[in-house]
Design a binder for this molecule. Structure first.
Ligand code: AKB
Length: 313
């Protein structure tokens, strides 16, 4: 079957890399990137689209004969705290529109990016299992959890093929994050390579689950490609690669850039981080569809510095 793929929210940190990865395999003609604004120099097919606009979404789907949607549109954790209504509407109204397209038979597969933000302060913090206490206390986490439950509902009730993973903090050199609590782990490389002291907005001992973007894209592509029966959970899967504190990543960076300095001035994002797991157990993803990461902290830091050193001025 010929697949035509729509990536919603394609200008975000995951979207930019995902579009390139999909184009490389399916061909540029089969991948339609979309977002609420058009970038200046975009190569390939692009639609200006607000996923909350049901009619506009349907018309893009019909125009391009879309069969699959990756719905990446969201306000990340820190931004959503400042704009709760938009954070909720974008996550939930947007996903409802996408789920209903599948229910009505317009598309046949959906990817949903969930997050470690579905967990909350009452969740066991270390080696957090797939199924545990889930009581998020952030706008972003509440939206992601509600989305997970609606996905499972649409799968069970209407047979919608929706698949998702709970992303940890994502770190890559091709695209920048925006508005997340884990963004420090990307920003830190830019300060280090510019010879600047990094002012970290989390405390030195705040451990969070993290992953190289290359691994995150591979997880995303893998879960979408597996036969439906292997995707046994239709909420979203825990996926894990590494867990570190700001102090630990700074020490690893110092092995490459000995003059690097960091100081810690926690802001409102500290509370968000405190409510999230320090490390994740992803036994189900490994068992059901063969998830395995490539990068640990050492590999991630070398790879980031290697790729950014000639780009960062
Ligand atoms: C954020 O920090 O909000 C995101 C996430 C963990 O989902 N990177």
């Amino acid at each position: 079957m010929v697949e035509n793929i729509l990536v919603v929210g394609s200008l975000g940190q995951v979207g930019q890399e995902l579009v390139e990865s999909l184009k490389a395999d399916f061909g540029a003609d089969r991948v339609i990137a979309s977002d609420v604004r058009k970038p200046e120099n975009f190569e390939g097919k692009f639609e200006v689209l607000d996923v909350m606009d049901k009619e506009a979404l349907l018309s893009v789907v019909k125009k391009h004969g879309i069969t699959q949607i990756y719905n990446l549109a969201a306000l990340l954790s820190a931004t959503a705290e400042k704009n709760p209504v938009l954070g909720w509407n974008l996550t939930i109204d947007g996903q409802f529109n996408v789920l209903n397209l599948a229910k009505e038979g317009h598309i046949n597969k959906i990817f949903w990016p969930s997050s470690i933000a579905v967990f909350g302060p009452t969740t066991p913090r270390f080696d957090t299992p797939q199924k545990t206490i889930i009581e998020p206390n952030t706008v972003y986490g509440i939206g992601k959890l509600a989305g997970e439950m609606w996905n499972q509902y649409y799968h069970q009730k209407y047979g919608v093929d929706v698949r998702g993973v709970r992303y940890p903090g994502l770190i890559g050199w091709k695209s920048m994050p925006g508005g997340g609590t884990t963004d420090y782990a990307v920003d830190i490389f830019y300060s280090a390579l510019r010879g600047e002291k990094y002012n970290c907005f989390l405390s030195e001992t705040t451990a969070l689950p993290m992953m190289h973007m290359e691994d995150a894209i591979r997880a995303t592509r893998t879960i979408m490609e597996k036969p439906a029966e292997q995707v046994k959970l239709r909420t979203s899967y825990n996926i894990s690669a590494m867990s570190f504190t700001p102090e630990e990543i700074a020490a690893e960076i110092k092995k490459h850039i000995p003059t690097f300095e960091i100081e810690y001035h926690p802001d409102f994002r500290q509370q968000i981080a405190n409510s999230w797991p320090a490390s994740i157990n992803d036994a189900e993803a490994r068992d059901h569809w063969g998830w395995k990461e490539k990068y640990d902290l050492k590999g991630l830091v070398s790879n980031m510095i290697e790729n950014l050193k000639d780009r960062v001025k």
